[in-house]
Design a binder for this molecule. Structure first.
Ligand SMILES: [Zn+2]
Ligand SMILES: [Zn+2]
Length: 327
């Protein structure tokens, strides 16, 4: 009898160990898989049939992961599902082209008109060897995004726009793109447009940007997957959860872990926070707005309120009853 109990508990322990080890390995394996997938299928016809198919596949893979490696502090996002879907569609398909239409003419024609010459165009090869261009893009883009993100937390108007991203009560694949389009464009579109007009090798841009995008998307994975030593290099789900904590750690001002893809900028500028207890990384218990504002499920309000343009429709508003005259 006791032998069979021993075997059962030994089986349970080994199953737990396998599960834990797999939760450590799954993140790097999926990083590499989706990176290779993106880079190797660039230019395939599928992009015409289903634009951003690789990003959609990545989101579905993370949703699946969230079902397998369930997270103990997970909070259902069902009440804001409509808002999440609209945000994904807008920021995936509209924000990029709309920003390009506005920003590109300024980037291209501005220097020509003001200075009488093209300021930002470089001939192919002028920007150094291929590998150097990849490194340059990785460092300059992540540096720009780190500081833009910090600015979005300290400037009142930019925080008005960015704070919608911080009102979510759990990080999940579905709300990685929940953000005001202007907030999203400032951090995720403008810098790539600048890269394009500078004249970097398009393949160098593809190699560098794909890596950053894959890591960035995974940062909103709610699965209980472990970053291990990757936490000191990349913005893993464990690192990004602390950026979204309700209770900002003491001494960290507006927030911590501002990096979008690499965490070494946070380490360098002393904004990195990931505590450890008994050799394990500790996770925040509550995700949400640092001032306690509830999540916003109305997408129109999210879109218009920061510009003072949101007015609720009067159709369903009740007129207050007239006070009865005193007798
Ligand atoms: Zn933020
Ligand atoms: Zn986030």
């Amino acid at each position: 009898m006791s032998t069979s109990i021993d075997i059962m508990s030994a089986n349970r322990t080994s199953a737990r160990t396998i599960f834990y080890v797999s939760s450590l390995l799954i993140l790097p394996v999926l990083y590499v898989f989706f990176y290779v997938l993106k880079v190797s299928t660039n230019g395939y016809a599928i992009e015409h049939w289903l634009p951003k198919w690789d990003r959609l596949l990545l989101i579905f893979a993370i949703i699946l992961l969230e079902r397998i490696y369930t997270y103990k502090h997970s909070v259902s996002q069902r009440a804001v599902l409509g808002r999440d879907i609209i945000s994904n569609l807008v920021n995936l398909y509209v924000t990029g082209p709309a920003t390009a239409m506005i920003v590109l003419p300024i980037l291209v024609l501005g220097p020509e008109h003001i200075l009488g010459r093209k300021l930002v165009f470089a001939a192919p090869g002028q920007l150094g060897p291929f590998w150097l261009q990849v490194v340059l893009i990785l460092f300059s883009v992540s540096f720009f995004r780190y500081w833009m993100h910090r600015f979005q937390h300290s400037n009142a108007f930019l925080w008005d726009l960015h704070s919608y991203h911080h009102r979510v009560t759990d990080l999940q694949a579905i709300n990685g793109l929940v953000s005001h389009p202007v907030d999203y464009a400032l951090r995720n579109v403008v810098v790539f447009l600048i890269l394009g007009v500078i004249g970097f090798d398009p393949f160098a841009i593809l190699l560098a940007v794909s890596a950053m995008n894959v890591i960035g998307v995974f940062s909103h994975c709610s699965a209980d997957v472990k970053g291990g030593f990757l936490n000191y290099l990349f913005v893993t789900p464990e690192v990004h959860r602390w950026h979204h904590t309700v209770d900002v750690p003491e001494g960290y001002g507006y927030s911590c872990n501002y990096g979008v893809e690499f965490s070494f900028w946070d380490l360098m500028f002393r904004t990195y926070y990931l505590p450890k207890k008994d050799g394990q990384f500790v996770m925040p218990e509550r995700i949400g707005h640092p001032s306690g504002l509830p999540d916003e499920r109305n997408y129109l309000k999210l879109l218009l309120a920061p510009f003072g343009l949101y007015r609720p429709l009067p159709w369903f508003r009740r007129i207050p009853e007239r006070p009865q005259p005193a007798e």
